[in-house]
Write a protein that binds this ligand. Structure first.
Ligand code: HEM
Length: 282
């Protein structure tokens, strides 16, 4: 009898937890649509670059990672730590603080800034509201980190995902076609991703790429055009040194920031371009 009660209790708590996840996801998407609407009817934020005096920067100084610092597969979070926007050692970061600082640095909407760190807390088995993480905790394979990335070799070849694969970054930027090769476009991202996926599939015996990972891949790469305007000069600094370029500010100026609804449109464009892109494995 007690076994039956135990099983029933387990099933009920599983059901409640699934239900609460569905409700919370529904809430975030509704919130996100609300923010998208606010962006449509309110003026953009003014650029702060013009208010700076000579030599002044919007960001604390860049200090490359030191021995023992924690870094991860995400250039954007590493850059925040390298500038001391996140703790420079990349450790004991509160998920709630990460949400706030991503919004302030890149101007992602609060809905995204809650959703992704909350997703990370979930796959790490931690509490979003009270717990902390180190940057390298994010590199759990096939949670967000995945094969065939644009700036890292696959985890099988490069188990330490904390540093950029410079050869890949240079190849990515050399593949830019916009503005006479000065700007990386959505089409460039589709083409380069298609090549990376074909190459990884052919050379990595443990290659995996779920639909979720594909979506994360195209979302991550979409940030390069959305938040950096695809500018090759800026991306070279951002992706090789994981540094925010001198006098850089996010190209997203909307009042509440880039919402998931708009962000996903770019990710979908990149993903749909991949199927038709030519690949050749060198
Ligand atoms: C919200 C918190 C964030 C988390 C937890 C996160 C996590 C990650 C992870 C785990 C990866 C590795 C994926 C792979 O294997 O390629 C990644 C890659 C990346 N992320 Fe983030 N990220 C976050 C925010 C951001 C932001 C705010 C930006 C830019 C504005 C960004 C831009 C990128 C880029 C460009 C890549 C490289 C993609 C590639 O190499 O293919 N991320 N991120």
């Amino acid at each position: 009898m007690s076994r039956i009660f135990g099983a029933l209790k387990g099933a009920l708590s599983g059901l409640l937890s699934t239900l609460s996840k569905i409700l919370s996801t529904g809430y975030v998407f509704t919130w996100d649509f609300g923010l998208t609407f606010i962006n449509l009817v309110t003026p953009n934020k003014k650029s702060r670059i013009g208010t700076l005096s000579d030599g002044e920067s919007l960001w604390p100084p860049y200090v490359p990672p030191q021995e023992g610092d924690s870094r991860c597969s995400c250039p954007a979070l590493n850059a925040m730590a390298n500038h001391g926007i996140l703790p420079h050692d990349g450790r004991n970061i509160k998920f709630t603080e990460l949400s706030k600082l991503i919004h302030e640095t890149y101007n992602f909407a609060p809905s995204f800034c809650y959703f992704v760190p909350n997703y990370a807390a979930d796959f790490l088995g931690r509490d979003y509201k009270t717990d902390t993480m180190d940057l390298n905790d994010l590199d759990v394979h096939n949670c967000i980190e995945h094969d065939a990335s644009l700036t890292r070799w696959d985890a099988k070849k490069s188990p330490d995902q904390s540093k950029p694969a410079l050869e890949l970054v240079h190849a990515l930027l050399a593949n830019a076609t916009g503005d006479g090769g000065k700007t990386l476009t959505v089409e460039d991202l589709s083409r380069f991703t298609a090549i990376r996926r074909a190459h990884s599939k052919a050379t990595n015996g443990q290659f995996t790429l779920s639909s979720n990972s594909k979506f994360f891949g195209s979302s991550n790469s979409g940030t390069l055009v959305l938040f950096f305007g695809g500018k090759v000069d800026d991306l070279k600094i951002f992706l090789t040194e994981e540094r925010l370029p001198e006098r850089w500010e996010s190209t997203v100026r909307s009042r509440t920031g880039m919402t998931m609804a708009l962000f996903n449109i770019t990710a979908a464009k990149i993903e749909s371009g991949i199927a038709g892109a030519k690949t050749h494995v060198e």
